[in-house]
Design a protein around this ligand. Structure first.
Ligand code: NAP
Length: 253
């Protein structure tokens, strides 16, 4: 690998939005660490597609619920590359359930994968970014960080925490030349938002359409570029106006 080639780790890039981000970063010339929770066929196909665009890319398996698995993932990154230029904390789980029914084990899993893992990944990433003179962290958040959703208390709390974690990262890591920002994602067509859910959400979206994966991926590449070196701690909504407030879901107002 060319030592000047930039390296990005995109968690949860085996499918969905993460896969789109990995492909867009590969198109921008990054060597991509393509990640999934298991050695699945979709992880392999995502990796193959990314590697065609950027041959120095690698794939790695890690269950982000397990701290030692996160450390092992970074051992692989350290041995494959001399550093890391960008970390995209994208992987997430939902495991829906009402407040009265959510099992403690599901609460722990959702909070761990969606909030604790981005923190642990950032802790591992910082020294690798320092060796490059700086870096970028992009946290993939959700409109449910601020708008509560029935049956998703754990998911909403995790995303709300991720918003604050982004600001804390921005504050503490700025002296190292590391910028951290978050993208507040609206309804995007993936397994997390299947067609039946899209049909329910659509009337509340002022833009009157569901978002495309590429619309998130292109913003990630911009946030990871030098154009955003003075931007840190920001939270950017890409939601077609879904979170604009009361009038957003009432065309008559
Ligand atoms: P998705 O299609 O369900 O993909 C989830 C990804 O996370 C997969 O790559 C999955 O890996 C990985 N993952 C799940 N549990 C994991 C674990 N324990 N360890 C390691 N990796 C794990 O999700 P998506 O819709 O693309 O969502 C991507 C991000 O956007 C998430 O942060 C989500 O909260 C956010 N978001 C999405 C929407 C939407 O409408 N889609 C809306 C708001 C926010 P495997 O393939 O191995 O399972």
């Amino acid at each position: 690998m060319n030592e000047k080639q930039k390296v990005v780790l995109v968690t949860g890039s085996s499918r969905g939005i993460g896969r789109g981000i990995a492909l867009e970063m590969a198109r921008q010339g990054y060597a991509v660490v393509v990640h999934g929770s298991a050695d699945s066929a979709h992880l392999f196909s995502a990796y193959e597609e990314v590697a065609q665009l950027s041959p120095a890319s690698i794939r790695v398996v890690a269950d982000l619920f397990v701290s030692s698995s996160i450390r092992d993932m970074f051992d692989v990154v350290r041995s494959a590359f001399c550093g890391l230029d960008a970390l995209v904390n994208n992987a997430a789980v939902q495991n829906p359930g009402s407040i009265t029914e959510i099992k403690e084990s599901d609460w722990d899993r959702v909070l761990s994968v969606n909030l604790k893992a981005p923190f642990l990944c950032a802790q591992q990433a910082v020294p690798l970014m320092q060796s490059r003179g700086g870096g970028k962290i992009v946290n993939i958040s959700s409109v449910h960080a601020t708008d509560p959703r029935r049956n998703y208390a754990h998911y909403s709390c995790a995303k709300a925490g991720l918003e604050m974690l982004t600001k804390c990262m921005a504050l503490e890591l700025a002296p190292y030349g590391i910028q951290a920002n978050s993208i507040v994602v609206g309804a995007i067509g993936t397994e997390l938002t299947p067609p039946e859910r899209q049909a329910i959400v659509l009337p509340a979206v002022p833009a009157q359409r569901i978002g495309a994966i590429e619309e998130i991926a292109r913003l990630v590449t911009f946030l990871c570029s030098h154009s955003c070196d003075y931007m840190t701690g920001a939270s950017i909504a890409v939601d077609g106006g879904l979170t604009l407030g009361f009038c957003a879901s009432r065309p008559e107002l």
